[in-house]
Design a protein around this ligand. Structure first.
Ligand code: GLA
Length: 394
């Protein structure tokens, strides 16, 4: 659970001490990038639709100092292991693992002709990996901010998010939408952002209430299918767009009149139905969160999960178990709604829970999951946090 989660100050203090030990000099820059959780609006971003993410109070931190060379050295303290790698060229490397992200980001700046300066960096991430909480967007955006801070130039947050998204496409091979990099770059404290992925216009949705809590439950299921399944969904949406002769699924308000064109294509019809209905739900949920109508927000979250399970087929038994178990709990557990979050095929669910009941709910669901599956689930309370930033080194 979350009470023992070190706060950024503690995390940064330790990181700076470790930096001095690893590189035998003091860090001059500190970048901090949050994870994100999407409240609703899944697989809509690459369809020009709506998403509603918030940044969370789990961070990736990067401490760095210029090294007077043209080399970028990254050391990561991930999962109790330390791994390191150097980058002195910006060509994609097949099967590179996590270094694809920094390499892709640095390549983006090099292509823009911006004056990169080599640096040594130490990374410490408290964002669970493979949990659907955007640990990869966090390393991309932290690398971007560091390249800018050390190099002495600056992109605006949207442009930075787009550069990071391009890095993920070209260097990690994941055809993601803009949501994750956008959320990590642009989110505001105590709020979610309703982003219109067609125009990149966004609206802040206040989450300033002591009545509710956001409970994230990581199923610890990491399906190999995640990447191939994601790419397949994207290409199915492209097929549907072609078949319907439109420019994106955003143009559709309902399936009415389209049944004929998609008649022999039950799978495509269901994919399209998810995207259309999820866009409606996301806008309605933004209104419900804004007016603190928790019941309605929760109802839409449950509906979203059903749609992802039945129409988009990106859930799995473990995620369904978590959502269904919460839905069936008596009202004293205070659960308004729950749904899987992120790319799917494993990862986490997010639940909207009454603040005074969240502790008991968290303990109950962890126990129920342990009894049903061989692995345990990791639950924690997430608070809506600010975006990635560079902080002064004390
Ligand atoms: C991943 C992608 C996002 C988005 C979600 C699904 O997190 O990186 O762009 O498509 O899946 O909503």
């Amino acid at each position: 659970m979350s009470s023992g989660e070190p706060q950024p100050n503690d995390q940064s203090r330790r990181l700076l001490e470790d930096f001095s030990e690893v590189f035998q000099c003091r860090a001059t820059h500190l970048a901090l990038a949050p994870g994100r959780v999407n409240l609703i609006g899944e697989h809509t971003d690459y369809n020009d639709g709506f998403v509603l993410p918030m940044a969370i109070d789990r961070h990736l931190m990067m401490a760095a100092a210029p090294n007077q060379t043209n080399t970028f050295n990254f050391v990561s303290k991930a999962q109790k292991e330390t791994t390191s790698a150097a980058i002195n060229d910006f060509e994609p490397r097949p099967q590179e693992g996590w270094m694809a992200y920094p390499r892709g980001v640095l390549a983006g700046y090099a292509e823009k002709g911006l004056p990169l300066t080599g640096f040594d960096a130490l990374i410490d991430s408290r964002i669970p990996l493979g949990a659907g909480l955007s640990s990869s967007a966090a390393i991309e955006v932290a690398t971007a901010l560091m390249a800018e801070a050390v190099g002495g130039f600056h992109l605006d947050p949207l442009e930075r998010a787009q550069l990071c998204q391009a890095a993920e496409h070209r260097f990690a091979g994941v055809p993601c939408g803009i949501m994750d990099q956008f959320a990590v770059s642009c989110c505001l404290p105590k709020a979610a952002l309703l982003l219109d992925c067609q125009t990149n216009a966004f609206e802040s949705i206040s989450l300033q209430s002591n009545d509710i809590a956001f409970l994230i439950i990581d199923s610890n299921v990491k399906h190999a299918l995640a990447e191939s399944g994601y790419a397949e969904r994207r290409s199915q949406c492209r097929d549907a767009v072609e078949r319907l002769g439109i420019s994106s699924l955003r143009e559709l308000d309902s399936l009415e009149g389209l049944e004929e064109k998609l008649r022999s294509e039950d799978t495509l019809r269901r994919r399209v139905r998810h995207v259309i209905s999820e866009n409606h739900r996301t806008q309605a949920a933004a209104d419900a969160f804004q007016s603190q109508d928790w019941r309605e927000a929760g109802r839409l979250m449950y509906e979203s999960h059903e749609s992802m399970r039945n129409d988009y087929e990106i859930s799995c038994p473990e995620l369904d178990f978590l959502v269904t178990s919460l839905k069936e709990l008596p009202s004293r557990f205070g659960v308004f709604g729950a749904r899987m979050t992120g790319g799917g095929f494993g990862g986490s669910i997010i639940a909207l829970v009454r603040a005074d009941a969240v502790q008991a709910t968290m303990e109950w669901i962890e126990k129920a999951y342990r009894q049903a599956f061989p692995q345990s689930a990791d639950a924690f309370i997430a608070r809506p946090s600010g975006s990635a930033r560079v902080e002064p080194v004390p």
